[in-house]
Design a binder for this molecule. Structure first.
Ligand SMILES: C[S@@+](CC[C@H](N)C(=O)[O-])C[C@H]1O[C@@H](n2cnc3c(N)ncnc32)[C@H](O)[C@@H]1O
Length: 219
């Protein structure tokens, strides 16, 4: 992929999280051949029951699903437009919105307070070591970071092939080279693998915080 194309995609995705946030669900549906929600649920299923935060929640579908199931999540995202959408979605379900506007590299959460952190289809912050350090800080030992970074359509039908080639243009299949090593360097034990669904596969990263992170081990 050229630098120009990458820059264009970054710019487009920033617009999609802000001024064009109203169109986010439609775009996600199109580039995933209608599978986006099923893909994000793979992350939800891997989360512990309590003391869990979703970072970069976007339009808030998973927040709503967990709230409907009786175990609400706290959500952190930096886009006011996404926060408004998610808050509306939660209110429509009769739930209080437990949403915070902020950057995932500076979580307003006490050290060791969480059992789980979830991020589905994250932005560039997910490869930033500052994010890894911050998530390691807020997780209790044994707590888990669940990331769904990529997915791919595997169906053989014409539509799946068409949508699959569209998804490749927006790098949904990029397996994040170096991600495992970066998480390990921040003190996580990493289990990474493809989860098979009907017409697709989802890359799921389970990063369990070790009892001592490198910063705790330092003298
Ligand atoms: C691709 S969307 C993913 C939304 C949702 N998790 C999903 O699976 O559809 C990325 C989200 O990350 C948020 N975001 C990007 N950078 C962020 C940062 N540094 N801190 C907090 N949120 C961020 C954007 O506002 C956007 O809502």
């Amino acid at each position: 992929m050229t630098n120009g194309w990458t820059r264009l995609l970054w710019h487009a995705s920033r617009l999609l999280y802000a001024q064009l946030a109203w169109s986010y669900d439609l775009v996600a549906w199109v580039v995933s051949g209608g599978q986006w929600r099923a893909w994000t649920r793979v992350g939800l299923q891997a989360l512990p029951a309590a003391r869990v935060v979703e970072i970069a929640f976007g339009p808030g579908h998973l927040l709503r699903e967990r709230a409907d199931a009786g175990s609400p999540l706290i959500g952190i995202d930096r886009s006011p437009q996404m926060i408004r959408q998610a808050a509306r979605r939660l209110r429509r379900g009769g739930h209080a919105a437990r949403l915070v506007r902020g950057d995932v590299r500076h979580l307003p959460i006490a050290t060791g307070r969480l059992d789980g952190v979830l991020s589905t289809f994250p932005a560039e912050f997910i490869i930033d070591p500052a994010t890894h350090r911050e998530v390691a800080r807020v997780l209790a030992p044994g707590g888990v970071l669940v990331v769904i970074p990529s997915a791919r359509l595997t169906g053989r039908g014409a539509l799946d092939r068409l949508f699959g080639s569209l998804a490749r243009q927006v790098a949904l299949e990029d397996p994040l080279p170096g991600f495992r090593q970066a998480l390990e360097a921040a003190g996580f034990n990493v289990d990474m693998g493809w989860v098979r669904l009907d017409r697709s596969e989802v890359l799921r990263v389970l990063a369990q915080r070790a009892s001592n992170t490198p910063s705790e081990a330092a003298p």
